[in-house]
Design a protein around this ligand. Structure first.
Ligand code: SAM
Length: 343
């Protein structure tokens, strides 16, 4: 029997994401729209692993399933174009933001990069461009990328019911931070929040869209990211919640205003702990402090740094959780510490 979850269209993306995260989305069948006597629904195809209920929706038997056409692998697309030796180095993964494919291609395949880009575009007919990735660098966390094929690198990526407009050659968007973006979307209801490293709105937008804080002050130093932050505030219609500020959060963060402060930056985040703590109300609040840390220090160093900064300001700290966000580089983790700061 083929299983499916029938949901109202506005719940489609949420349940599809749950199915992807739970590894039970059936990749062989189409997500399809159906009309019944009670309205319009989407059917999300799932495997047996979905169980009997997902969210509030029962898993039901699907009548007349529709199947996706089987697409060729990158290897199959490139066979005949690359030598056997070159084939060993072709990319095994890539990611898609909006309608742009982002891929890293080794130096050894420099002369074949356009053929690889063409093959990828054939695999994803809905995509428009292919961009080669060389990693992230600098204080602004800017990607080093090259447009290989297509009309441009600006796109609107849709995630968790939010729109993120961005030029993928100018600003970063970390796939590995997906769960943290979703977590932030559940926090902050009715609060005053300061997002010290707002970027294009990675955390501010989902929080504003889903949790409805009273106010989010979103600070971003890089003018290119700041321009997209402003566009994303408009696109997601959260102008009444987010106040964007362009500048250095060490100087631009308010003092004594916030119930919650997000410090979503890595590398030198600890240098900003004092302004982060000062931004919280005098009576205290919650800090989400990100850090990249060697694996053997992840339970101690971030906590010690928060405590040291708090001590200098005459504050106390209760660590609520230390979460691993992702592996950042060999032996180094990206973690976030949730801490309550109080007098
Ligand atoms: C790219 S984001 C981090 C990624 C994000 N957490 C995610 O989910 O993908 C960090 C942002 O902080 C900004 N930034 C760096 N230093 C800053 C500072 N002193 N004040 C304000 N923004 C800063 C960078 O320009 C960048 O846009």
């Amino acid at each position: 029997m083929y299983r499916t979850i029938r949901v109202p269209p506005e719940k489609g993306e949420e349940i599809r994401e749950k199915a992807v995260a739970g590894n039970f989305l059936d990749p062989a069948r189409k997500i399809r729209k159906i009309q019944t006597s009670t309205g319009t629904f989407l059917e999300i195809p799932v495997t047996e692993a979905a169980g009997e209920i997902v969210g509030d929706f029962p898993v039901i038997k699907q009548e007349k399933p529709e199947f996706l056409e089987k697409t060729c692998s990158l290897k199959e697309y490139l066979s005949g174009t690359l030598t056997e030796a070159e084939m060993k180095h072709i990319p095994s993964g890539w990611h898609i933001l909006g309608d742009i494919i982002i891929v890293s291609i080794p130096e050894t395949l420099e002369s074949k990069k356009i053929q690889i880009a063409e093959a990828l575009l054939s695999m994803y007919p809905k995509c428009r461009s292919v961009v080669r990735d060389f990693g992230i660098e600098g204080k602004f966390r800017q990607p080093k990328r090259e447009l290989l094929l297509g009309s441009g690198a600006e796109t609107i990526h849709k995630e968790h019911g939010c729109f993120f407009k961005q030029d993928v050659t100018k600003v970063m968007y970390s796939k590995g931070n997906l769960e943290e973006r979703k977590r932030m979307s559940k926090l902050g209801q009715g609060e005053i929040v300061v997002d010290m490293f707002a970027g294009i709105g990675y955390f501010s937008i989902p929080m504003a869209v889903h949790a409805h804080p009273e106010k989010i002050i979103s600070i971003e130093i890089n003018p290119e990211s700041f321009a997209y932050l402003n566009e994303n505030i408009r696109l997601n219609q959260v102008e009444d919640i987010i106040t964007p500020i362009q500048g250095d959060c060490a100087e631009a963060a308010p003092e004594g205003e916030a119930d919650r402060v997000i410090m979503g930056y890595v590398g030198t985040t600890h240098h900003y702990l004092e302004p982060g703590i000062k931004a919280l109300k005098k009576s205290g609040g919650i800090l989400h402090y990100h850090e990249t840390v060697p694996e053997n220090l992840f339970r101690t160093r971030p906590e010690e740094r928060i405590k040291k900064a708090a001590r200098c300001l005459g504050k106390k700290v209760e660590v609520l959780a230390i979460r691993r966000i992702k592996k950042y580089s060999p032996g180094v983790l990206h973690v976030v510490v949730d801490a309550r700061i109080f007098e």
